[in-house]
Design a protein around this ligand. Structure first.
Ligand SMILES: [Zn+2]
Ligand SMILES: [Zn+2]
Ligand SMILES: [Zn+2]
Length: 284
């Protein structure tokens, strides 16, 4: 699998629009890897995790077309992960007529939220209707937690996130061609049930990507912090969930407690993981 990080920031983006904190000022000065768009991940050229608000900008800046995307795994409906207006560009007025069907997977609760937002704020019709599926060349699927899904060359499992429980937030494992990745944002520390299921499913990841909303001197809330990432990565390696040569990357990085990229990357390197940046491409 080829994995492209379309964005690696938490909800505010980094630097945040009007913020003059030390971290945002440092990121503006340094530019480059320190400039982060809202989190989203492209797998090969046909699977996207989260239709985030910055995916079009990411596609333009990093030169990765989204026109071949056939599958979307949606973690949850928070605005930094889901901008439903992208779906309007699949309507009959756009150059998508005759294009491949987009299969959109999300939890029941996420679909309900998306349906409300889509009808009231965007389109005036129901996203979950046959009309929407035909008009937008779209197929909506419910992703049930812990139930494997198979489509194309992929096998996927959604794991309950420790985040926005009323929205049915999911983390995803994606397997293809004998390799596996885990996309673990947004979440606080993984639940006992998720750890147990990772073992029951005999997951052995080549790449683990985790929520790094909070930095080295902060504690977790409904997101992970650096300290929890270090513990999670160590445990995954110890318990064989992360292969001996497997890689661990941080994403969903907030300006609140994380320094600009070079300083954060150096901290991570010393602590057994790495920090993703926008446009990073990994061959798994
Ligand atoms: Zn988020
Ligand atoms: Zn800031
Ligand atoms: Zn969230």
């Amino acid at each position: 699998m080829i994995v492209t990080f379309l964005g690696t920031a938490a909800a505010d983006a980094f630097p945040a629009a009007f913020c003059r904190c030390r971290n945002c000022q440092q990121a503006r000065t340094l530019g480059g890897f320190s400039l982060r768009k809202r989190s989203s991940l492209l797998v090969n050229d046909d699977l996207i995790i989260d239709l985030g608000p910055d995916i079009v900008a990411a596609s333009q800046i990093h030169g990765c077309s989204l026109t071949n995307v056939r599958y979307c795994l949606q973690t949850h409906p928070h605005a930094d992960h889901l901008d439903l207006s992208h779906l309007l560009a699949r309507g009959p007025d756009y150059g998508t007529v005759g294009a491949r069907l987009l299969s959109f997977y999300a939890s029941t609760q996420t679909l309900q939220r998306a349906s409300e937002t889509f009808r009231t704020d965007l389109a005036g019709y129901d996203l979950l209707s046959a009309y929407a599926e035909t008009r937008l060349n779209l197929k909506i699927h419910q992703a049930k937690p812990l139930e494997p899904l198979a489509f194309g060359n992929y096998r996927v499992i959604g794991f309950p996130a420790n985040h926005a429980p009323e929205m049915g937030a999911l983390l995803y494992s994606v397997e293809s061609g004998g390799h596996a990745i885990f996309y673990g944002t947004d979440t606080a520390s993984l639940s006992g049930q998720t750890w147990q299921t990772l073992h029951q499913q005999q997951m052995q990841f080549d790449l683990v990507i985790l929520d790094h909303t909070y930095g080295p001197h902060q504690s977790e809330s409904d997101h992970l912090s650096a300290t929890q990432i270090i513990e999670h990565v160590q445990r995954m390696r110890r318990e064989g969930l992360l292969k001996p040569d497997g890689r661990a990357y941080a994403t969903h990085i907030s300006h609140e407690g994380n320094p600009a990229h070079p300083e954060l990357a150096a901290f991570a390197q010393q602590n057994g993981y790495q920090v993703a940046y926008d446009g990073l491409v990994l061959d798994i």
